[in-house]
Design a protein. Sequence first.
Length: 644
Amino acid sequence: MLVLTGKDISKTYGTDIIIEDVSFGVNKGDRIGIVGANGSGKTTLLNIIAGGLEPSSGSIYIRNDVSIGYLRQKNIFFTGGTVISEAQKTFAHLFAMEREIESLQISISDHESRTFDRDLARYTEMIEEYEKKGGYTYKSELAAVLRAMGFSDEDQQKKIDVLSGGERTRLALSCMLLQKPDIMILDEPTNHLDLRMLAWLESYLKGYQGTLLVVSHDRYFLDRIVNRIFDMSGGTLTAYNGNYSEFLIKKAERLETMRREYEKQQAEIAKQEEIIRRFKQHGTEHLTKRAKSREKRLAHLEILEKPQLRQDKMKLNFDTNFKSGGEVINAEDLSKSYGSRQLFRNVSLDIRKGERVCIIGDNGIGKTTLLKILMEQETPDSGYLKIGYNVDFGYYDQGQMRLDDNETVLGEMKNAYHLYTDTEMRSLLGRFLFRGDDVFKQVRDLSGGEKAKLALLKLMLSGANTLILDEPTNHLDIESREVVEDALMEFEGTLLVVSHDRYFLTKIPDRILELTESGMVEYKGNFEYYLEKNSSAENSTAKEDPAPVRERTEMDKTLEAVRSSEAERQAKKQAEAEERRRARRADEIESRIHELEGLIAEIEESMGDPGRAADFEWMHEQSDLMAAYEKEVAGLYDEWMELQ
């Protein structure tokens, strides 16, 4: 059943086309992942669906009985109060019911009241409705969701005014999950969640009975949650069935089919143009008519657009100015507290040259603080730290706090690397997709993804041999994440990364270090190895049970596969034999046409000899012979066309 449709939706700002003629349908229970490069119009589409933005043209239809909840990626506002008071607003209708039930309880306590029967009936009705709407479970559900989103009992009493951007996003997500709207729209919901929160959210959404539309660059999340993909590119939308991994395969197949069809049509157009030229060259009435007919068909042909097989990607590579010694970082028994709050203690680690190490841990455990201690930007409360010989740190901070908001993109780069000329620097910025007037944008006006790319360019030019990266894939679209991953895989220096990107954690590290309050736990492998060894993580992120036992036996399947394979082989052999026959005949025809055209040219030349002009009998014979040759040529062209 359709709950949401969009028809010919467009959105423009001046001459900039953000979305163009986008149409789609969403069925009840669909779980749709919306993907595409930064700036492709994903958030704009969500705003239009949620009613916060009017399309320039087109229409949105939403069933009247459907409720919508929208989690924005940023600019999340609350009216004040505390975390718990804001979350409790979700259940305002239950609070009103409780007050009415309490009032009715008082009324029916007086059995002699004239309204007793009416009040008792209303009380019974209210109790049933209260239970149906979750009145007896909402308090435990509220507590469970807030705890899962990282709000301890103490945190729940925090004033909203002091919450960070990430905490506000987690609070907004908590409120939406508690509301359970019919259609849940989520814009980058995983950006501020640690691994434990991600696992809980995925488990919760799998049990969610409504319809889900989610913009996300988290490939692992998309693989586990969605069953359809809306791919946005160039302002258009293409729908695919399946999760993200299935989408990649189907998109590649679709683009390959489009490429073949385009090249086939281009080859056919070139062939038809050559035939038209050759028909006109003969000048006979029959072939001239055929040439004009082909020209008309060619003029009415719907020309396929050349498919864009590759989108522009930033070009990133990390080179080192010089090599470090074998020992890069050695730390023993590090601890850090802020006032009465202890982040971690007993942290020991040993990082060697060339290793790729990733640090994971709950939000607020002190991962960023630990990175700054290891770079000697902060001092631990206790412990031992040694930095190895020739170690040169390059640091990427997730908040891009090292960028000057008051500078332009070009100015930011020139301040850091003033030996480059403007031309050289603009060329480098072009590699990171800052082109034309983009280089004169104020840093404060850049999107999160653009700031991330600018910070990565500065890091690339640093030539550091030890990269310390704090959430390097946040704010980047999927293609840019893949570029970063490929560059880090080729980096010959040492890598220490804090990340909750599970796809990244599966691809990059040689080992994973989990930071806890009481120390560091080492896993000598990637994220898949971590899941295998960590029982709690494995239980919360386990894959679905295998499919039911097959009814057919293995022998049945084997015989069926053999028969199918043999039939396909025979059909393929026959098709190949037929194709070879047609190719041979086409070659024979082309050879004969070439021969006849040569004979026709010889006759035309000899008939132009002034010495033969008076030999009418000979001229008549030659004319008849040329007409016969041209008739044969026309017939051969007809047969040749049928073979194509």
